[in-house]
Design a protein around this ligand. Sequence first.
Ligand code: AHM
Ligand code: MG
Length: 312
Amino acid sequence: MFATQQHKLTSFNEFLLLNQEPLTKTKGNYSLILNYIQDCCKTISGYVRNIGLADLLGYNTSLNASGDLMAKLDVFANSVFGKAFKNSKLLYAFASEEDETITYLNKDSSYILSIDPIDGSKQSQIHLPSGSIFCLYKKTKDNQLSTGNIVCAGYCLYSSATVLLYVDKVRSALFLLDSATGNFFLAKENLKLPDKGTDYSVNEAYINDFYDKDKTYLNKLKQQKYSLRYVGTLVADMHRTILQGGVFLYPFTKTNQTGKLRVVFEILPFSFIINKLGGKVKTSATKIKLSNKTVHNKADFMAGSIKELNYY
Ligand code: AHM
Ligand code: MG
C-alpha cells in the first residue's frame, strides 16, 4: 500500500528504530551500518544527478577487479563507501565490487558488508538509471556466504526518483528520497512480488549464443505475448520485476560459461530479496566461500515471479 499525504511521513531511520524488535540483540551497530549506507546513497544520488556538471563523466584508463573499464563515477562512488566503511569497527570485513581485495576490519565484529557502489555505470553516462547494491552478511565459522546468512539486503535506484529498497528477515520496505529535507521517507512496506507479470528482461542480443533451454523458454514467453523490457542496469531491471512481476535472466551462454553477474555483489543480495518477497530464483551460485580469490566470481541468474519461473 503506498503512503498518502494523510499519513505522517516515516523516515528510514525511524523505520529501523521503531521496528527493530527482532534485531534488538544487535546493540545498535546494525542500525548504524544502515545509516551510513543511506548517507552514502544520498551523496551518490546527488552526484549521479549532476554527473555532467561535476566532472564525473567518462572513464579512467584503469580496469577494475573484474576487468571492466572503471567509469569516473565508479571510482567516486567506491570512495564514498570506502570512506564510510574502510576504517569501521562495525564490520568484520568490507568488500566492494570495485576493489580487488577484501578489507578486513574488526575481528570481533560478525558483519560482512558487500557493496556494488555503482551498478549500471555505463547507463549513468547518458543519464539513464543506475544503482547501488548493499548486502549485510553474518560471518559464519567457515566464511561461507549464502542467502542463509544474509541479515539484510537492498539497493538504491538512481532514476526519476531516488528509491531505497530494504529487505531483512522479517521486513521489507521502499523509501523515496525527499530532495527538500534530504530524508528517505517510507512509501510502501510489506512488499510482495506479483505471482505473474507481463514482461521479460534479458539481453536478447546474445540469443544465438543461448542454450536451447533458454531459447525455447523465451519463445514460450513470446507466444504468450510477453513484452521485452531491458534497461541494462540490473538494479533497474530487478526493480521493475519486483514491483510489476515477470522475469529477469542473465544465463550462461555457449561462449560465456562464467556468466556476467557477480555472486557476492549482485546474485546473493537479489536472491535474498526475491525469495523474501515471494518470488523465485534459479542460479548455480547459492553459496560462496569468501576469499580474495572468489570475491569477484560470476554466475548465471534468473529471478522473478513464481509463474514465470515455473515455466522454465
Ligand atoms: P556493472 O556492475 O559493471 O555496471 O555491470 C553489471 C551490469 C548489470 O547492471 C546489467 O544487468 C548487466 O551488466 C548488463 O550486461 P549486458 O550489457 O551484457 O546486457
Ligand atoms: Mg553491478
